[in-house]
Design a protein around this ligand. Structure first.
Ligand SMILES: *[C@@H]1O[C@H](CO)[C@@H](O)[C@H](O)[C@H]1NC(C)=O
Ligand SMILES: *[C@@H]1O[C@H](CO)[C@@H](O)[C@H](O)[C@H]1NC(C)=O
Length: 146
């Protein structure tokens, strides 16, 4: 984790991996609605709780959990509404959270950007963005906070 000090706020750049265990893509809680577009799974809602680690392997140091929901929210393309809390447990970050909410189009774009809309603890009043890549569930999180 790299923390840079700016004039009034702190920019933290954190790279975390949401490691995919057997249920890594989440557990379905609401099925898609077949009367709408079945190609886009419109209406599907899944919930997830994945270990967040510093590296891509399950054996990498765990620094928290990625807890969240996503819904297939487009009738015309594969587009997800993501709502996720990164609940951190490592060192001085223990007990702090980062909240991400945004649009994720897994098949359309190589690097997806989602807004960081808030946080708690160290990340109180956080604003920023998370970049995630196609092949992994790696999140590069850039946040300004007090
Ligand atoms: C259903 O989704 C597919 C795949 O994104 C798209 O090509 C098609 O136009 C959609 N159909 C309707 C009726 O929206
Ligand atoms: C994080 O905080 C909780 C509750 O305060 C504590 O039980 C736990 O041991 C802490 N974990 C680490 C890794 O410091």
């Amino acid at each position: 984790m790299i923390t840079k000090f700016l004039t009034f706020s702190i920019l933290s750049i954190i790279t975390l991996t949401s490691v995919t265990a057997e249920d890594g893509a989440g557990i379905q809680i609401i099925p898609s609605l077949p009367k709408y577009n079945t190609t886009t799974s419109f209406g599907l809602v899944r919930i997830l709780d994945n270990p967040l680690t510093l590296g891509p392997e399950l054996s990498s140091k765990q620094v928290g959990r990625a807890e969240g929901l996503y819904a297939s929210a487009s009738r015309t393309e594969l587009s997800l509404l993501m709502v996720m809390n990164f609940a951190l447990t490592a060192g001085k970050y223990n007990g702090s959270t980062i909240t991400i909410m945004g649009r994720n189009r897994p098949l359309m774009t190589k690097v997806r950007e989602m807004p960081v809309i808030g946080g708690s603890g160290i990340f109180r009043v956080a604003r920023g963005y998370a970049l995630t890549m196609q092949a992994t569930v790696e999140y590069n999180v850039y946040v300004l906070h007090y």
